[in-house]
Design a protein. Structure first.
Length: 449
């Protein structure tokens, strides 16, 4: 077993490719506030005494689009238990920021078990969100309504979330493998108006029929006015869904968004406050009934800080962020936010880890993925099965390997160092459910061992 001494590391890696984003930010702070910043820790020390200035600068640095700028960042005299408001006076919309880029750069790479890989540009993403939003408005969705989702990791969930938040409605979801009782324990808390789901999901080599569960969930939610079912394949349209009340397939629902001449009205962005509810996540329910955690616009700044600034995800250098997290896992919310920074998301539907001994590693190389998050339990299983990279894997574009969702063992760090690639950082992430961000993360500008 490899012995790693964290006080006296055997190797220290310093790579000038890392830390580009935060170094740009450090230069702004240094010039504007006339302070000397030689390292990240100088910025950190300054931030402790300048909380309002820090977050105002992150707001500007991230390029937040708003119709009205905030009057005050935060009133630091208000105790935390009284929940001080952030960015009071600001008026803005999450979807408008997620659709900031509308060019031909790839926004979503769509892959999965048993399916052909597709790509969706930022321009196409905007157009699809426009159609979804028009259909939802025509149906009657309005500010403050709740849309729930339970489905696999597909573009339809991302696009629908953008459309829902453009209206000022609230988005929430449950993991696709949860049973109907567990889902109802969550969705009953929020009284949803619309339910987005799918007819079947792939899971580690098998297809799971979702429709019986969808019926049970719909029957248990009296507030539901519509159940929208994504057809996972063309032949799915032949499935009988008449037993699911108020249901239709997605393509039928989207026809509501078209005018009589086939055109789609421009997307409108409802301007809301920073404290307006955007997402609802849920605690695990292991120590009692699940609790609903409400998140507002501030999450976008937290995820930009964590994943763009600290973790060095950068549009200018074609960062591609891997995600197999479906709706219902807080990392789905976190990673979706990267669209606001113009970063490409690689969405995998299903489980990519065990399809073959090298399937996952082949995928990282083939699609030039730069940032990868893996559940710590998966790394444990990789090690047990000896599913490791081979000599053909170069990982030339891989910059960071993250792990989390449960405690990351010391052996996982050893596995990454010995078996994956010794000169890329392996980092533990923690805190997404509560923060939609990270309480612990990796700082890219610092040397790593």
């Amino acid at each position: 077993m490899l012995e790693i001494n964290f006080l006296q590391p055997t190797e220290v890696f310093i790579d000038e490719r890392y830390g580009t984003v935060i170094k740009k930010f450090e230069k702004i702070i240094q010039d504007k506030y006339n302070i000397k910043i030689d390292s990240y820790w100088d910025l950190y020390d300054w931030s402790l005494d300048h909380i309002e200035e820090l977050w105002a600068e992150i707001w500007d640095f991230s390029g937040i689009i708003c119709s009205r700028r905030f009057d005050k960042v935060v009133d630091l005299s208000v105790p935390l238990e009284n929940t001080p408001l952030w960015f009071e006076g600001a008026k803005l919309n999450l979807a408008e920021n997620l659709l900031k880029y509308r060019d031909d750069k790839v926004a979503l790479i769509l892959a999965g078990e048993g399916r052909q890989t597709e790509k969706l540009t930022f321009f196409q993403l905007h157009k699809e969100a426009e159609l979804y939003a028009a259909a939802l408005r025509k149906f009657g969705l309005k500010k403050g309504d709740v849309v729930v989702c339970q489905m696999s990791n597909r573009k339809e969930a991302v696009i629908c979330m953008i459309a829902v938040t453009s209206i000022g409605a609230i988005w929430t979801g449950a993991l696709p493998l949860l049973g109907s009782k567990a889902v109802l324990n969550r969705f009953k808390l929020v009284e949803p108006k619309i339910f987005l789901t799918i007819d079947q999901i792939p899971n580690n080599g098998e297809n799971i029929n979702m429709l019986p569960k969808v019926k049970e969930i719909a029957d248990g939610l009296p507030s539901l006015e519509k159940v929208i079912i994504v057809a996972s394949k063309k032949e799915s349209h032949s499935k009988v869904i008449s037993g699911i009340r108020n249901s239709c397939f997605l393509d039928e629902f989207l026809q509501l968004g078209r005018e009589t001449d086939g055109s789609v009205p421009p997307i409108q962005f409802e301007q809301v406050s920073c404290s307006h509810p955007i997402f609802i996540n849920y605690t695990s329910g292991t120590t009692g009934p699940p609790k609903a955690l409400v998140h507002g616009f501030g999450y976008l700044l937290a995820t930009f800080r964590d994943f763009s600034m600290h973790n060095d995800a950068d549009r200018d250098r074609d960062s591609i962020w891997f995600s197999m997290s479906p709706v219902g896992w807080a990392t789905w919310n976190c990673f979706s936010s990267l669209l606001s920074a113009g970063i490409t998301l690689f969405l995998f539907e299903g489980v990519p880890y065990f399809l073959s001994p090298t399937y996952f590693w082949d995928m990282i190389d083939e699609y030039k993925i730069s940032h990868v998050f893996i559940a710590s339990s998966v790394i444990d299983e990789f090690e047990r099965r000896r599913y490791v990279p081979t000599g053909k894997h170069k990982f030339e574009f891989l910059k960071v390997l993250f792990s989390g969702s449960s405690v990351v063992k010391p052996e996982s760090f050893e596995f990454a160092y010995k078996e994956v690639k010794k000169d890329i950082p392996f980092a533990s992430l923690f805190g997404a459910t509560e923060f939609v961000g990270s309480a612990i993360t990796f700082e890219a500008s610092y040397p790593f061992i």
